[in-house]
Design a protein around this ligand. Structure first.
Ligand SMILES: Nc1ncnc2c1ncn2[C@@H]1O[C@H](COP(=O)(O)OP(=O)(O)OP(=O)(O)O)[C@@H](O)[C@H]1O
Ligand SMILES: O=P(O)(O)OC[C@@]1(O)O[C@H](CO)[C@@H](O)[C@@H]1O
Length: 304
């Protein structure tokens, strides 16, 4: 069974403003709202690809209710923990001449809420997959993903982590099955700017030296690189297409990679699925459908 954990779910408020200007009233041309947060997006895309998962995490207030309702309508299985104080965030995604995002902090999560999550973790069994994805509310320690992985040590659960900075760096010695930084996040970890695939490979290898088993680095429209635990490297350009909404492209890539890998444990196939699922989401208003992914898989020429 696959489980995703989103500590900080959101309602993503995606607005189109023709020419956004600061310091004045801007009017939207279109606005849409989606349930979001990285683990939730992974669950939605897995569902589109025909894989059932359960979305875990923390919800609060009326926004939390709306997230839960929308996921029910989507047919995503959820088992959230309700927290008492605050509301789940509304993250603003502003599409204008440039894309700008304003992500909120999220509600208060108390130690009793965390205990409830640990009770869920106790139900995990050998062979289960756990995805820890996204930021954590400000009130939480940057060790939380590491703490969860330590708690699960010896259980043989396949763990994927999509996080940034300290939250990500802390889990490496615990050998996550998969991490998926983008090239900017990879650069942040080493205090450098990374734009070439050669540099991506160099720094991704350092993350493997620090303990990560498989490192998948996304580079938005410039494609992606995968270093596997078997010592292989795969790289690809991004498929061609018109970008409509790139929010969640990275999460879609994680979902596609896992779906591809779980099929027959083949990293080349998993990488292809990851790249095409990421791009299919970027080329669509909403997260990728199975048909959209299959279309890209058919048309994109991978160099291997
Ligand atoms: N402009 C684009 N054109 C084609 N493919 C894209 C584009 N942007 C993203 N993708 C696809 O999605 C994958 C993941 O994208 P990206 O590197 O933007 O992830 P991310 O930064 O984690 O995104 P997010 O945080 O919004 O989920 C890329 O490797 C690529 O396959
Ligand atoms: O603030 P975080 O947790 O880092 O990212 C949250 C978020 O930007 O990530 C998803 C896209 O990847 C969106 O659905 C959501 O709004």
């Amino acid at each position: 069974m696959i489980y995703t954990v989103t500590f900080n779910p959101s309602l993503d408020y995606v607005v189109d403003v023709k020419t956004f200007k600061t310091g004045q009233v801007n009017r939207t041309e279109q606005e849409k709202m989606f349930p979001g947060g990285k683990g939730i997006n992974v669950s939605i895309v897995l569902n589109h690809l025909g894989l059932k998962s359960t979305a875990w995490g923390f919800l609060a207030g009326f926004t939390g209710e709306e997230i839960s309702k929308r996921l029910d309508e989507e047919g995503v299985n959820t088992d959230f923990i309700q927290v008492e104080k605050g509301i789940s965030r509304i993250n603003v995604k502003l599409r204008s001449t440039e894309e700008t995002e304003i992500n909120g902090q999220g509600p208060m999560i108390r130690s009793t809420d965390i205990e409830k999550l640990y009770a869920k973790l106790d139900t995990l069994k050998t062979g289960d997959v756990l995805v820890l994805a996204g930021s954590i509310p400000d009130v939480m320690p940057q060790s939380i993903y590491m703490d969860i992985m330590k708690y699960l040590e010896g259980k043989d659960v396949m763990i994927a982590v999509d996080a940034t900075r300290e939250l990500l760096a802390n889990v490496l010695p615990l050998h996550p099955f998969l991490i998926k930084p983008n090239n900017h996040e990879l650069g942040q970890l080493f205090g450098v700017t990374i734009s070439s695939k050669e540099d991506v490979k160099k720094y991704a290898a350092k993350l493997q030296e620090q303990g990560a088993r498989n490192v998948l680095v996304s580079m938005a429209g410039d494609g992606a690189v995968l270093l596997t635990e078997e010592g292989k490297a795969f790289e690809s350009e991004a498929p061609e297409g018109k970008v409509k909404n790139s929010v969640g492209a990275g999460d879609s890539m994680v979902a596609g990679f896992l779906a591809g890998y779980l099929k027959n444990k083949d990293y080349a196939q998993a990488f292809k699925m990851g790249v095409c699922t990421g791009s299919a989401s970027a080329f669509s208003e909403e997260l990728a459908t199975k048909e959209e992914v299959e279309q890209l898989l058919k048309n994109h020429a991978f160099p291997f």
